[in-house]
Write a protein that binds this ligand. Structure first.
Ligand code: SF4
Length: 706
């Protein structure tokens, strides 16, 4: 008999609702859920092919594997042996070297319930804040900027604002590829209402091609652009002086800074026309409602927080915030990057948006969990985590649902770290990722269509994820595996005490999580699996006694800072972490393709998803190719100070002369290298610790054929 199961797409942060059709234990079809408020039935090519990717079970991790020494091959084992080994090795290292000698590296693909258990295992049981996530590579600059400027993490906006905006500023976002269903909504709104689009991107992407104004800036010059736009708004009287006086702090210092960023000077830094910069400022400042949508182009930068802050400055100064159709809207990359932050699953935060540095916050969580204390030592964020693994400061790492040997910057360092580590655990649905080669223990995890829990999308909306079929082989759910490891470690680290992990199912984890949010900005005490069943996906906050979540924040001009006022930040423009030079003369830009997702562990299974872009390539401007005598299809070696890879040339005027572009998806399974991160740089933003994955200085030369 056919069954329909309501769930949520597992790819991007749009968080589209899906209807999974299954029969005889097989997923046989997937359609968009017409009732889901993110997509109203639409799906993109990735979502539409979810059934086929789920049916392809090739390469799934089906049973636990264990190796007894670094030189040996992993062998199949049973769950008890695998879990006991993980618990004993981790507990042993903690007892010998202290809690900060171990670390967890998890994923924005995990469900909120999975994340909660991992976070409690690290911070509550072991007593280390060394738990970070691949969301560090994705969202941490926008999180940090929201907190610094508005007082709390999370966007003040909602998807409905896409339809209500008169001016849309898309910065560092190829939304047509990375958030396709939202882009369709934006296109429909433009057709209906004539909203003007300004796209800020060093590449002429498919998003930029549809813009009213494309500002093709030099890589990394976003702060200069936003400061120049603000200069124009101030000196043309397009700022909201009353709003600034009543609801913000720090404007005088910002005004003094941007005095120097005349449109001419800013446009020179950005490599664009002064008239275009002025037109952008006029459109943004004079439109009744201006919305900015931004993503990795701002976040994945050694100055990512400043780029976000400079953009938020524009919104605050012109009161383009707290109103329908207006606000700074950071688009979430991963399906549950926001849910992971809600439970505090990062090295720099605690549960429910609490801070590690705040003694009251630590005491609240410790009391709630029933542990003596939480560590006040900040955890080690992603890039530093692998550096510490390489140096031996961290001795064991537990990786869940992510592939750092492909997705982290500077892969030579990451591979060396995984090789050097005393003990590596990998919890994964797929057995042959780049990272799996380094795992001492492989714990097979269930995947999309098999799991139960919740995720939070880009507009703070929590949706249910439901299972349509059983996991294959002996694969188990992520929350269950983390709970079982935790219970075994408890017996070694706090014998005789009642368990901290009394969970029977994901709902019991969710109920504990929501109780910990009471009184916080993301309070979801009023939300339950029953309410999600009855009323559908809901936005936070949703405190006790309310039946629906809140669409927009700060509509009353009261912000989440201690003073209630939003804070301007004077952000000077700083050059790229790695400028080009005579030896490495090209800007290497990275990005995503329309039909692929991350390291292609799912999308790489379907031939039809290669029809749009069949193979990896390096895009280069025709003038640069001609000057060097390169022809389309030539094999070129792309080298940075850290590593190299070989790609065929694609000649394209989408990139400016002086820049080259490569997609980030292809990995060791598809290339004779780990992919574009062989060349990328591990330099991080000093505030958010997010690495500069979007840019590196490289040289390009003909590759010798073997
Ligand atoms: Fe899935 Fe994102 Fe496509 Fe929606 S837009 S179907 S969430 S990949």
């Amino acid at each position: 008999m056919k069954t329909i199961t309501k769930s949520t797409c597992c790819y991007c942060g749009v968080g589209c609702g899906v209807l999974i059709e299954s029969e005889n234990g097989q997923i046989i079809g997937v359609q968009g859920d017409p009732d889901h408020p993110a997509n109203f039935g639409r799906l993109c090519t990735k979502g539409l092919t979810l059934a086929q990717t789920a049916q392809s079970q090739t390469g799934r991790a089906l049973y636990p594997e264990l190796r007894l020494s670094r030189d040996a091959q992993r062998q199949r084992t049973d769950w008890d042996s695998a879990l006991d080994t993980v618990a004993a090795r981790f507990a042993g290292i903690v007892q010998q070297h202290g809690p900060d000698a171990v670390a967890f590296y998890v994923s924005g693909q995990l469900l909120t319930e999975d994340y909660y258990v991992f976070n409690k295992l690290a911070k509550g049981l072991i007593g280390t804040n060394n738990i970070d996530t691949n969301s560090r590579l994705c969202m941490s600059s926008s999180v940090t900027a929201y907190k610094l400027a508005l007082g709390a993490d999370g966007p003040p906006t909602c998807y409905e604002d896409l339809e209500l905006a008169d001016c849309v500023l898309l910065a560092g976002s190829n939304m047509a590829y990375a958030h396709p269903v939202l882009f369709r909504r934006l296109e429909a709104a433009k057709a209906a209402r004539g909203a003007k689009w300004i796209v800020v991107d060093p590449r002429r992407t498919d998003t930029a091609a549809l813009a009213d104004l494309h500002l093709q800036i030099q890589p990394g010059t976003d702060v200069a652009l936003f400061n120049g736009m603000l200069h124009h708004l101030i000196w043309e009287g397009l700022i909201a002086a009353d709003y600034i006086a009543a609801h913000t702090e720090g404007f005088a210092a910002l005004k003094a800074l941007v005095r120097d960023y005349t449109p001419r000077m800013a446009a020179e830094i950005c490599g664009i026309l002064e008239a275009d910069l002025i037109q952008a400022a006029e459109l943004f400042g004079r439109s009744p409602a201006s919305l900015s949508l931004y993503c990795m182009g701002l976040n994945q930068s050694a100055h990512g927080t400043d780029k976000n802050l400079a953009l938020i400055n524009l919104h605050l100064a012109s009161q383009q915030i707290g109103r329908p159709g207006a606000g700074p809207f950071s688009l979430t990359g991963q399906p549950n990057a926001m849910g992971g932050r809600e439970v505090g699953g990062m090295a720099t935060m605690l549960a429910a948006h609490r801070d590690i540095q705040n003694p009251e916050h630590r005491a609240e969580v410790a009391r709630f969990w029933g542990v003596e204390r939480l560590s006040d030592i900040p955890g080690t964020p992603a890039v530093a985590l692998f550096d510490a693994l390489k140096s031996g400061q961290i001795k064991a790492v537990f990786i869940a649902c992510t592939n750092p040997a492909h997705s982290m910057p500077d892969l030579n360092t990451v591979r060396e770290a995984l090789q050097t580590a005393e003990f590596v655990v990998l919890q994964e649905a797929f057995a042959h990722t780049d990272t799996a080669a380094y795992a001492d223990v492989l714990l097979p995890a269930s995947s999309w269509g098999e799991k139960v829990g919740t995720v939070t999308n880009s507009e703070r909306r929590i949706s249910r994820v439901r299972a349509a079929v059983a996991a294959p082989g002996e694969a188990r759910h992520d929350w269950w595996i983390a709970t079982e490891v935790a219970r075994r470690m408890e017996m070694l680290l706090r014998p005789g005490l009642p368990t901290l992990f009394p969970y029977a199912d994901p709902e019991s984890v969710f109920n504990e999580h929501r109780a910990l949010t009471v009184g916080r900005d993301l309070d979801i005490a009023g939300l339950s699996y029953a309410l999600l069943e009855q009323a559908g996906p809901q936005q936070w906050p949703l405190p006790q006694g309310q039946l629906h979540g809140q669409a927009r924040r700060y509509t009353d001009g009261v912000f989440a800072t201690a003073s209630g006022q939003a804070k301007f930040h004077a952000t000077p423009y700083k050059p790229l972490a790695e400028p080009t030079n005579a030896r490495y003369p090209f800007h290497l830009l990275t990005g995503r393709l329309r039909d692929q997702w991350h390291g292609m562990s799912r999308t790489g299974r379907l031939p039809q998803l290669f029809s749009h872009t069949p193979e990896p390539s390096l895009s280069m401007h025709p003038l640069d190719a001609e000057r060097r005598g390169f022809k389309a299809g030539d094999l070129l070696r792309v080298s940075s100070k850290r590593g190299q890879l070989v790609l065929p040339l694609q000649i394209s005027d989408e990139v400016s002369s002086g820049s080259v572009f490569a997609a980030m998806h292809w990995n060791g399974q598809f290339l004779n290298s780990g992919g574009i991160n062989e060349a990328s740089i591990g330099k991080v933003d000093g505030k958010s610790f997010q690495p500069e994955l979007k840019h590196a200085a490289v040289r390009v030369e003909p590759a010798e054929l073997p």
